[in-house]
Design a protein around this ligand. Structure first.
Ligand SMILES: [Mg+2]
Length: 393
């Protein structure tokens, strides 16, 4: 796993003094009016101290005001740690990415830190990438996860919630940088036309898990209008409720699809699938690890295809992160080891008898539904700040 010590954000074409956190500005000797004998001493490098601001990206209206308290605590904690926080609220209708990029391009940001769920991670990461591609200014992304699943954080040993804030701020100070591969997904129409493209950073999926997420989002909107229910029926409860309801419905109706998955030229055909998940980080659903050898920075994504209800149950046992059962034990129990192919370029073609669109998700957000997706791995596309001995929790 490739890591390097944290360094402040900088225009990538400039030299950086990593130890002091100062950004060096190159001054051509010919333009520097100095005494000839002293010229060689300081004319080439003139360090300029810049304030090293930490930009905290969060949605202050999320989770019925709890987010406001979490943001306050995070801002206080970041200030106590000497990280000079500045708050950057998320904006509706995808406007966060552009606003964040414009702020980063002012070149006084050391790091962006997101507070929230997978959606806030994705918006922050896209803002960082936009600033880099447009202006050459690159900064790393730190994590203060608040979401239920938190696969991204937990894959690197970072827990979620307000109670984990102090420990997670400590990671921002003491941690290291690591590369993360990003995914680019293309939704392709029936005539081969591009319907939509987007970036994702944890997983994208088609089928049952996307169906559960769509249901969860609908439930959230519904219970959000009832204050008492809103407090009780949030996150895990909604997720479990939606999951069970859908799961039973799926079993009863035998709702399935066929697919052809092309992983770097190798073609896998599946029938009776309930789910295709393309995974960038290790943990799935907080508790499952389908490919223990997977790396978030190796230029490859894992492709997990799930079939029947029995397949889900087998996966729940065999792929559970705390599973003490070995592959030999599983073979003796009659549970076949799951083949999880990995590749850089992945193509998924779906066929269904039913005309109902198959739900799709990227990083937990609903994505365009169609029958043909192309996914590519963008190698080392983002720098993230993780613990020094990062491992899943
Ligand atoms: Mg990988």
């Amino acid at each position: 796993m490739r890591t390097k010590k944290c360094r402040p954000g900088t225009r990538v074409t400039q030299p950086v003094d990593a130890g002091s956190g100062q950004v060096g500005t190159r001054v051509p000797p010919a333009q520097t009016p100095v005494l000839p004998r002293l010229h060689h001493c300081y004319a080439r490098w003139r360090p300029v101290s810049l304030p090293l601001t930490t930009l905290l990206v969060a949605n202050p209206t999320a989770r019925t005001g709890q987010a406001e308290r979490a943001i306050e605590e995070a801002m206080e904690g970041l200030a106590r740690a000497g990280l000079q926080p500045e708050f950057c609220p998320t904006l509706p209708e995808g406007a966060t990415v552009e606003a964040l990029a414009i702020r980063i391009e002012r070149e006084d940001i050391a790091r962006v830190v997101y507070l929230g769920g997978d959606g806030t991670f994705a918006e922050s990461a896209k803002g960082i990438i936009l600033a880099r591609e447009r202006s050459g200014v690159d900064v790393p992304l730190g994590m203060l996860p608040m979401g239920t699943a938190n696969d991204q954080g937990r894959s690197f040993g970072i827990m979620a919630g307000r109670r984990a804030l102090d420990a997670n701020i400590e990671i921002l100070v003491e941690g290291v940088e690591q590369y993360l591969d990003a995914g680019r997904v293309f939704a392709v129409g029936s005539d081969g036309e591009l319907l939509h493209e987007d970036l994702w950073f944890d997983s994208c999926g088609f089928g049952l898990s996307a169906l559960i997420l769509a249901e969860r989002n609908r439930d959230r909107a519904r219970v959000g209008r009832v204050p008492v229910l809103n407090r009780l029926y949030r996150d895990k409860l909604v997720y479990a409720g939606a999951g069970l309801k859908r799961f039973l419905g799926t079993m009863l109706r035998r709702w399935r699809f066929s697919c052809e998955v092309n992983v770097d030229g190798r073609v896998y055909r599946h029938q009776g699938c309930t789910d295709v998940v393309v995974k960038g980080t290790l943990l799935y659903g907080g508790d499952w690890i389908f490919a223990p050898q997977a790396k978030p920075d190796d230029g490859l994504f894992e492709v997990v295809v799930l079939h029947s209800h029995a397949d889900w149950v087998a996966a729940a046992i065999a792929a559970h992160k705390h599973n003490p059962v070995t592959d030999d034990d599983l073979a003796a129990m009659g549970v076949r080891g799951r083949e999880v192919p990995a590749g850089k370029e992945i193509e998924v073609r779906i066929s269904r008898d039913d005309d109902t669109p198959l739900p799709a998700q990227i990083d937990g957000e609903e994505f365009v539904s169609c029958d043909h997706y192309r996914i590519e791995n963008l190698f080392h596309h983002l720098r993230i700040i993780v613990p020094q001995d990062a491992r899943w929790v």
